[in-house]
Ligand binder design. Structure first.
Ligand code: ZN
Length: 365
């Protein structure tokens, strides 16, 4: 549960400190009130004062019990306390963790401050055949350089639910990074210029978002997993798992582990890459075992021409395709139904259980 004895002692002492503070306050209040009633009863033996004194002592006694309970809860679940940090820009939330998993929700934010201009379109540069992402680039090209601004509904909530469920499954929390800016203002799954249009505050938030992920990555001593949480609009009710293998490559079977975001773990296991990707012990296989559909998986090995997202900027940047990183990345694009209010709690539980199985199978030393 705790990585080192030092971690445990540190968390225990922070819990005890809080308990002592709360406990002392209630103790003092309780004793003072008791003493006041004893004084009152000494001077006038009044039945009303006596009843009031007994009620007061009972209720303050309950408060005392509550304070002790809170103290012990703090000791038992120290991770639940004060682990959320909001970045300097005010738009990125980071939840510290001890598990070797990072969850990110780049498209789940709703904040649309009017001080930041909307990401609408860039200008087309015909010489280099690319878009220039800026509001001052001249004539904007809404055909070739239109920015994608559709948010991924409920993915912030989904990430936080998976966090809680991972704690239930493992007794430890993953690292979580949330972008609270709407995609109209910042796209935290694009390179910096397309993500921010060169605007100051979005640039700062973009640096913070990736900075938290980078620093979590450096805290790992062994293999770890980065999970980028998104939502797809396709009508298939499955989770599209992106490893940087295109839909047509999945259809043809023409892909190589060295060009994927799980390159590192693929080089460390005995099973074939095809098994790791879509066999019974693949991440998709575990999701299937937990009652939800995913692709690729044993049931759905390939999209067969249907809509499928294979992974974006974050999966490339934070995974192991470069051949040096020991952090593997998977993009999860969940369906509208999987993210719906009624299904989301069970789906988050299934994702957490599947992540735990994947971690136990391939990422524990
Ligand atoms: Zn997305």
């Amino acid at each position: 549960m705790f990585h080192t004895v030092f971690d445990f002692v540190e968390l225990l002492s922070s819990g005890l400190t809080l308990w002592t503070k709360m406990g002392f306050g209630f103790w003092k209040k309780w004793l003072t009130q008791c003493w006041n009633y004893v004084k009152a009863l000494r001077t006038t033996l009044n039945i009303i004062v006596l009843i009031k004194a007994i009620i007061k002592m009972l209720t303050t006694g309950i408060l005392l019990c509550l304070s002790i309970f809170t103290g012990f809860t703090t000791i038992s679940f120290p991770n639940a306390m004060n682990l959320k940090v909001t970045s300097n820009s005010g738009y990125i939330d980071y939840y510290e963790g001890t598990l070797n998993i990072i969850l990110a929700a780049p498209h789940g934010g709703d904040d649309k401050p009017s001080s930041i201009p909307d990401r609408d379109a860039g200008c087309y540069d015909p010489i280099n055949n690319k878009c220039i992402w800026s509001h001052d680039c001249g004539s904007k090209d809404f055909d070739r350089c239109k920015a994608t601004t559709v948010n991924d509904f409920a993915t912030k909530d989904l990430a936080l639910r998976v966090r809680e469920q991972l704690f239930v499954e493992t007794g430890a929390y993953p690292h979580v990074v949330i972008n609270n800016l709407h995609r109209l203002k910042l796209d935290a799954n694009r390179d910096k210029s397309e993500a921010t249009f060169g605007e100051e505050i979005p640039e700062q938030a973009w640096e913070e978002f990736h900075g938290y992920i980078d620093s979590a990555k450096t805290s790992f001593h062994n293999r770890a997993i980065f999970i980028d949480i998104h939502g797809h609009p396709h009508k298939n009710n499955w989770a599209e798992l992106g490893y940087l293998i295109s839909g047509s490559q999945l259809d043809s079977g023409n892909f190589y582990a060295e060009r994927t975001s799980i390159r590192h773990v693929a080089s460390q296991v005995c099973i074939s890459f095809n098994e790791l990707l879509r066999g019974p012990s693949s991440f998709g296989g575990f999701i299937q075992n937990n009652g939800f559909d995913a692709i690729p998986s044993p049931r759905h090995p390939a999209p067969n021409g249907r809509g499928y997202f294979s992974g974006g900027y974050n999966t490339r940047r934070h995974g192991s395709m470069d051949g040096t990183s020991r952090v593997d990345a998977i993009q999860i694009e969940s369906s509208n139904e999987q993210r719906s209010e009624g299904v989301r709690p069970a789906y988050a539980r299934a994702l957490a259980k599947s992540l735990k199985s994947f971690l136990d199978e391939y990422h524990s030393e």
